[in-house]
Design a binder for this molecule. Sequence first.
Ligand SMILES: [Zn+2]
Length: 727
Amino acid sequence: MTSSAAGILGATIVTLGCATNPPKPAAPPQAAGPANPLLEPWTGPWGGVPPFGRFKVADLKPALDAAMAENLAEDDRIAKDPAAPTFDNTIAALERAGHALDRVTAVYEIYTSTMNDDEVQAIEREMAPKLAAFNDQIVQNKKLFERIAAVYEKRDGFDLNAEQKRLVWLDYTQFVRAGAKLDEAAKKQLSDLNQRLATLFTSFSQNVLEEGSQMVLLESEADLAGLPPALREAAASAAASRGKTGKWAVINTRSSVDPFLTWSTRRELREKVWRMFTTRGDHGDAHDNNRIIADILALRAQRAKLLGYPTHAHWRLEDSMAKTPERAMALLEAVWKPAVARVREEVADMQAIANAERAGIKIEPWDYRFYAEKVRKAKYDLDQNDVKPYLQLEKLREGMFWVAGELFGLQFKQITDGSIPVYHPDVRVWEVTDTSGKHAGLWFFDPYARPGKNSGAWMNEYRRQSRLEGEVPVIVSNNANFVKGKAGEPILISWDDARTLFHEFGHALHGLNSNVVYPSLAGTSVARDYVEFPSQLLERWVSTRPVLDRFALHYQTGQPVPAELVRKIEKSERFNQGFITVEYLASALIDMKLHLAGEAPIDARKFERETLASLGMPSEIVMRHRTAHFSHVFAGDGYSAGYYSYLWSDTLSADAWEAFLEAGGPYDKAVARRLRDNVFSAGNKVDPADGYRAFRGRDPGIAALMRKRGFPVPSDSAPPSSSAAGK
Ligand SMILES: [Zn+2]
């Protein structure tokens, strides 16, 4: 996930996720105390690196307090400048401010997402509302806003280039959207709402984290029936690390649950595991999220009204590419019916297998993955276990690097001399250089699951690229939750995980290719429904021939994945798309409908049940994220009324992929260059609709998306977008 366009609103580092980790807003001063390593400029090569190993967790809070105070003072100086407002003394000056807070927030975000122990959680509970209040203090600085507005009004009178004009527009719009034009009483009310929301977001995500640590313990060999050896080993080490040596554990996270549901032949255990996973946050106990959700929705509705919007969804979508909830809903609904129709076919295929086996069952949600796997084998003669030996985590990582070289000319070299400190021994660092051999940034890789780490996979931007104050190279990270294997043994991953690996790397490349002057416009600081476009597009390269031939190597024989197997993989690309699309769409539709519902009190459980019934949700599928643990939406504002973004972006990525195919292939140099120049390097310095058009030569349409998923292409497949957030 991402922060909303950050920039002036203090430090908002970017976290792109795909399963987790909404951004934290950036908060009031206290005594700075003695020297705090987190406040010092980063030292070391390439503009400095985070000071891991040189601070204590207890330093986080005083550092945040001091950095917020410093940033408020900086902004105050800009606001009180006696000179008339200009681009340089106001807009650019804001870009030059807040660096200490950027640095501290980067570390804070790393700790709250990957090292979130009790101590960090306590800090987060205290700081979340303070950071929200801090953001409001900046937006509500009347003198500061007046200067921004003055520059905005006279923007055509200054000699500004396109990037500068866009920055002026973004700053002004962002202040207005955050309430800069409200009267004092309303501003106070808004700030109060934001702080209460920040506290609720923290409670929500800490509940989800807590529920994710539960497990189903498997007591005997018989409970392991159907599980492939690697999964048994992972379950054994998961149990051992939780004090249950000699047993096996299915942990309450997707990476542990999904494989179990796919392979276990013990139906009652599948049901037990499925129930554990899908009822997270919904047990009516101390970690139940339903009350929190109701409160969040009510506060969001109040806030939208205060800001002059009909609903939270209208407010959130205004600066997106879709612009209105209606247009986002139109896309979701266009895909819903064909996807549900496909689910009916998939279920029929599965039921037929169950009947042929005389299983005597009706397909239930805990059977879907299990029987889908059997269908895959029957229809495509493809067994995931045949593919997995070729999917070594580290080889695929090399494959990603190779793709980055082919498409963008980037080279990766691991730094092993300890010159770049890390926050955990599992984290590794690579230096990235461009075609000319020039330093382009650092890539941190944190691949393994551990307690205190958010589930899922995501990208994080520790420092954005910029050139305003000399070259500032980017620092990004990719995070995942692979189960760490035995020392020296390769980690084998699933085909889905291989795609996710490339997906997150796509976000990283979006950051690493960034070529802008102003930090607020860098890398992934683009509209929410555009930011998943580069990442979803990059997923496509994992299944290209050169990657499979050179990097999908058998972990024992070193042989490349056989052509026959590749053909089967290609043939089955559209397999199970009904399931994948419907479980996603159900979550996206619930998210949007919850945020269009207005101020009436909402019982999340009832709302979910009734909405799904009215949509005709197939009973064999559950939402990918049920409301009670829908972190995208309730652990922050980040993806609220924004889960649709993945489909919106996928419309673009499907269409963009066809640009390569039309030109002759995935490695076409001219198309890759256009992609880099107009998308991957452009950050937010151009309107995304314009950037896309410059890349593709036209607007995107829905046809490629429907082809990608194997659904019928509608005859009037109008483009999903005309123009994005204005100028
Ligand atoms: Zn993503």
